[in-house]
Design a protein around this ligand. Sequence first.
Ligand code: M1P
Length: 256
Amino acid sequence: MVSSEFADRPLKKLVLFDVDGTLSLARQAASPEMIQLLKNLRKKVVIGFVGGSDLVKISEQLSVHGCNAVEDFDFAFAENGLTAYKLGKSLPSQTFIKFLGEEKYKPLVNFILHYVADLDIPIKRGTFVEFRNGMINVSPLGRNATIAERNEFEAYDKIHGIRAAFVKVLQEKFADYGLTFAIGGKISFDVFPHGWDKTYALKHVEQEGFEEIHFFGDKTYEGGNDYEIFTDPRTIGHSVSNPEETAKLLKEMFQI
Ligand code: M1P
């Protein structure tokens, strides 16, 4: 039985979305058309997003065109659900540093910063390690790069495999840390405890009694940060290449 909080929705289904590449272009705002489509969808089903980024960044992308990312989605999951809201109210959360402890974190971050310092790549900017609530995000380019610099790094990385090589070294060196290294976006990778991938968000919804939980994502291939939730037996996964494809599928599936 789905909770009475969602009694106004004719379909007892939950539809979850990745953000970058699924609802909007990476690190960019969702279009007015996408926001309107989500409003229409919410009249029929329960909706939520599951992003890898922190809530501030996701809000920059989804709190646009009159939408509020926390209030206009029934479930708002940032950092894979480590920061979680249901109907605008926050749910209990965990932290990366509590899981790992300072004494294990310090050698990890020191090693990462040394590795970045020794990397010979065309350009570097700043913020190579972003410390978040539920994970750290590591970028060889640096997070405060421009959109053009991000795209250039992505193209360079496709040829030179900078992130893949970095991840391999970390997986070997810190094999006993219980950490997952996931390449989700264009310039960085996320580091979080095993199981704190996007399936973490499902812990918050599995007792709600939905008849179906759909998930839409673009990084659904093995190694991508949508892979685990896309292949999870609790979800019906939909792989998309861009927001336009998400919109097309939603219109077909839900007649909106
Ligand atoms: O949502 C996908 C990823 O988006 C960003 O990645 P990048 O800056 O590399 O494009 C990051 O916020 C990352 O944490 C997230 O997984």
